[in-house]
Design a binder for this molecule. Structure first.
Ligand SMILES: Nc1ncnc2c1ncn2[C@@H]1O[C@H](COP(=O)(O)OP(=O)(O)OP(=O)(O)O)[C@@H](O)[C@H]1O
Length: 134
């Protein structure tokens, strides 16, 4: 029983330390993306503008959820794109058609999500702005 308790608390302690390490690594990845990727910084600025516009315009809780989900999704996708670029550069420092296709596909995924986010953003904001004007 004593052994069982000790082993359970040991596992718990180890898991918590591991969890903190994971957060530290994840934060390092976000900071690296922000530092090295101009597109990531652009998406951060776009999210800040969207949040400011939402605050000025007045959004419902569900509209805020959509804006937050789209902004978070955009950041996450940009980080995945950065990860793919790094791995491609690692495994294929020389030019190779497959390496190019992998990078192009990852960049395409970011573009698709960015366009969809922009369209949804306009669908939320434009009717409200038209209501304010007329
Ligand atoms: N190893 C490679 N082999 C073939 N084509 C490549 C390779 N690396 C890059 N390319 C081509 O060049 C394009 C730009 O690559 P790059 O690594 O500069 O990506 P990027 O999207 O501009 O990245 P960053 O955001 O870091 O500037 C890719 O989308 C791809 O078409």
């Amino acid at each position: 029983m004593k052994f069982w308790r000790r082993s359970v608390s040991g596992v718990t302690r180890m898991d918590i330390r591991k969890l903190f390490c994971s957060f530290r690594f994840a934060w390092r990845g976000i900071a690296h993306g922000f530092r090295t990727e101009q597109n990531f910084r652009f998406h951060v600025i776009a999210a800040v503008i969207a949040a400011a516009a939402g605050w000025v315009t007045g959004l419902s809780p569900s509209e805020w959820m959509i804006v937050i989900l789209l902004s978070g999704g955009m950041f996450a996708l940009e980080l995945i794109n950065t990860a793919i670029e790094r791995v491609v550069d690692l495994v294929s420092p020389e030019h190779h058609p497959l390496a190019g296709q992998a990078k192009d596909a990852a960049a395409g995924a970011v573009l698709v999500f960015a366009v969809a986010s922009a369209v949804i953003g306009f669908m939320i904001f434009i009717p409200k702005w038209l209501n304010l004007l007329f």
